[in-house]
Design a protein around this ligand. Structure first.
Ligand SMILES: Nc1ncnc2c1ncn2[C@@H]1O[C@H](COP(=O)(O)OP(=O)(O)OP(=O)(O)O)[C@@H](O)[C@H]1O
Ligand SMILES: [Mg+2]
Length: 284
């Protein structure tokens, strides 16, 4: 069964002319890791809000087409059931933090309280994710005083605590340094190992190249490309559509233009090194 299915989705925010999503059809399979990329304003966050059920209920506007979650139309889901089924991390970490709690620990258990979970189980789960995300040092802090990067890690922890089946994650590492980013990617990878479905909007294309199973490219509200990561990211034609491809793909393309083609366009640094070595050149 597909995890999420979108069928001919067309959506317009209130008081706007153009469609933020324009005839988008796609089936997300359970247990796969999808990367969503594309130029600014393309519709990536709108896609996330749609899957989370915030469109049209919260954002209003005009929606046509169908969304099903595990085969059931999204409108037929009980709201609290949907809440625990789909975990969502917003693009802006300053939106995510509720601001109504005094400590990070309380912030992390907020979603669990809404599920009516028992206190002991709540604390057990919270501590497990605190360890996983490595935020012991933040536990006593006031959530309103956290930096952007700290907020992103706390938001991530609170979503993990929910133990959802589908994770919709909108640029979770925008405020994190390379180490923080890598650790979030490791956790996302572990979600995939647990058969969770992951839909991740991320500009750090090198990391998607390494970890995502499939890539969706959204531009002007349209799904302009989708498929296995290697196939999509080595489509050089996307550069003309302002889609950022891995540096190694651009490098491979330049090598070919210079009359020194590599075996294939490398999508990761490791591949680039291998292919260059095959040519008897210096490692990059
Ligand atoms: N709340 C809103 N009300 C009206 N228009 C909106 C709203 N949110 C987004 N839009 C518009 O919808 C379109 C898609 O925006 P969206 O935020 O989904 O793009 P995005 O791909 O996530 O961009 P970014 O890479 O900058 O995060 C844009 O034209 C944007 O201006
Ligand atoms: Mg966005």
């Amino acid at each position: 069964m597909n995890s999420v299915e979108l069928s001919h989705i067309r959506y317009r925010y209130p008081l706007t002319k153009g469609y933020a999503l324009d005839d988008v059809t796609f089936a997300f399979e359970q247990g796969k890791f999808y990367g969503v990329i594309g130029p600014n304003g393309g519709g990536k966050s709108t896609l996330c809000s749609l899957i989370k059920g915030l469109i049209p209920d919260f954002y209003l506007g005009e929606l046509t087409g169908g969304v099903t979650i595990e085969g059931r139309p999204v409108g037929e889901w009980d709201k609290s059931e949907l809440c625990s089924k789909v975990g969502y991390i917003f693009q802006n970490p300053f939106t995510q933090i509720s601001g109504i709690r005094d400590s990070v620990l309380e912030e992390i258990v907020i979603g669990l309280e809404n599920l009516g979970m028992e206190k002991e189980e709540m604390i057990r789960r919270a501590m497990a994710v605190v360890e996983q995300v490595g935020i012991y040092d933040l536990l006593q802090k006031n959530p309103n005083e956290l930096t952007g990067g700290q907020r992103q890690r706390v938001a991530f922890a609170s979503i993990l605590a929910m133990d959802a089946d589908i994770y919709v994650i909108d640029e979770p590492t925008s405020q994190l340094d390379p180490d923080g980013t890598e650790s979030i990617f490791q956790i996302i990878r572990s979600l995939k190992e647990q058969q969770k479905t992951v839909i991740l909007v991320e500009h750090k294309i090198e990391l998607l190249a390494e970890y995502a199973d499939e890539i969706l490219v959204i531009d002007g509200g349209k799904l302009i490309r989708s498929g296995p990561t290697r196939e999509v990211l080595s489509d050089y034609g996307l550069v003309r559509r302002q889609v950022a491809l891995p540096q190694t793909v651009l490098f491979g393309h330049e090598m070919a233009r210079a009359g020194m083609p590599l075996r294939a366009l490398p999508i990761t640094l490791e591949e680039a090194e291998t292919y260059v070595r095959e040519r008897g050149g210096e490692a990059v």
